[in-house]
Design a protein around this ligand. Structure first.
Ligand code: SF4
Ligand code: SF4
Length: 380
């Protein structure tokens, strides 16, 4: 079956324009909104990585959320909840800060949607999973009838881009995300986990906000990129495939897309019908982690982490910007960051698994990713 993906030009966050685009997208995707939303308990799941203002382009824009909320109500939604489990702590005060900064609070007030404050987790079996057979999902997501995956078009230091599939990692509450980074620190292993979660949740609609996306040091401290696009699809893998092309990337260089294609999910040109114009933007892509499997078998295993340090990208701290909050050290899965109290963070590189959670979660944009010269030459 060919999956249709709608790509709309949209150069501003004008509510009327966004609503028109979303309504047109539903029509193109042959979704009858009365049947889709009518009488359903709907959840809108934005990307709320950090408590950042919308103009930073880290989070799904509130206007996109407002438009989705209005369309849901107008078409008879019974209940409507907006929520995410952010990258940092998962507790009520932090959620409050998050919703306020990202203007989800305003969206909820204006639209009458609920904000999720429940911390419930539901153990969920997934026998068809490739690397997980069960996982704890956030209760509000697990119990909804319709999950709308409202992602953001951004680059990502580990997974190269964060669109629809990566947004669904946010369905896992609490410290699970950190634990999975630690357990599955090889990039293909971790990406297979992301694909498993997306297969399990299988959202019936993915909307990607690329009106203003992010390039370079994404997903939290890159540069705003005005791509002027909104992507919509029934299938999240097809949406990501098209998003990669809009960003000027070879989709097969994105591990989740390559894995999805190998699993015969709709993640290649012949599976997808694109309605709209991809444009000619080229996002600056971060120099992500690459596995150096060629070395295996030739040198003792214990030397590999040392040798990796010459090739693999490393988080670099900007000590001028560091305020010593300690968030990076707290969320570092192998706990290899020290010195944050003195605003002088350091990493034990031999233990660093290059998950880049530190860079992703630093609220002060004090961490960027750099690849050593040898790595730049080999992986250019
Ligand atoms: S680098 Fe960022 S997260 Fe880490 S202590 Fe400094 S400001 Fe906090
Ligand atoms: S230092 Fe940063 S990249 Fe390295 S393991 Fe810790 S969180 Fe991950």
């Amino acid at each position: 079956m060919v999956e249709r993906v709608f790509v709309a030009d949209c150069s501003s966050y004008d509510i009327k324009k966004i609503k028109k685009v979303l309504s047109e997208g539903l029509e193109v995707l042959e979704i009858d909104p009365r049947l889709f939303f009518g009488g359903k308990n709907c959840v809108l799941k934005p990307n709320l990585l950090l408590p950042k203002k919308p103009e930073k382009a880290v989070t799904t824009h509130p206007t996109v959320m407002q438009a989705l909320a209005e369309i849901s109500w107008e078409n008879g939604a019974k209940e409507l909840t907006i929520g995410d489990t952010p990258g940092g702590p998962f507790n009520r005060p932090y959620l409050k800060t998050l919703y306020k900064a990202t203007q989800m609070e305003k969206v909820a007030q204006a639209s009458g949607a609920k904000l999720n404050y429940s911390l419930d987790e539901v153990d969920t079996p997934f026998p068809a999973g490739k690397v997980i057979k069960r996982v704890a999902l956030a209760g509000f997501i697990k119990h909804c009838d319709v999950l709308i995956n409202a992602a953001k078009m951004k680059t990502h230091g580990l997974t190269r881009m964060t669109g629809g599939v990566k947004n669904l990692f946010g369905a896992l509450p609490g410290m699970q995300k950190t634990e999975y980074h630690m357990k599955m620190n090889e990039i293909n292993h971790f990406s297979t986990l992301l694909v498993d979660i997306a297969r399990l949740l299988n959202p019936p609609l993915t909307v990607i906000d690329g009106v203003e996306g992010m390039e370079g040091n994404g997903p939290s401290s890159g540069t705003i990129k005005k791509a002027g696009k909104i992507v919509m699809a029934r299938n999240v893998f097809a949406a990501d495939f098209v998003m990669a092309r809009i960003m000027g990337m070879n989709p097969l260089h994105v591990p989740t897309i390559r894995i999805a294609e190998n699993l015969d999910l709709p993640a290649k040109n012949s599976d997808i019908e694109i309605i709209g114009d991809l444009g000619k933007e080229k996002f600056l892509i971060p120099q992500g982690k690459r596995e150096i499997t060629l070395l295996s078998g030739f040198i003792p295993e214990k030397w590999i982490p040392r040798i990796h340090n010459f090739f693999q990208p490393v988080p670099i701290f900007d000590r001028e910007k560091c305020v010593g909050c300690g968030i990076c050290a707290k969320h570092c899965p192998p706990k290899v960051i020290s010195g944050t109290e003195e605003k002088n963070p350091k990493i034990d590189l031999d233990g660093c698994i290059r998950c880049f959670c530190c860079q992703e979660l630093c609220p002060y944009e004090a961490i960027s990713i750099h690849r050593p010269l040898l790595g730049r030459i080999i992986f250019r």
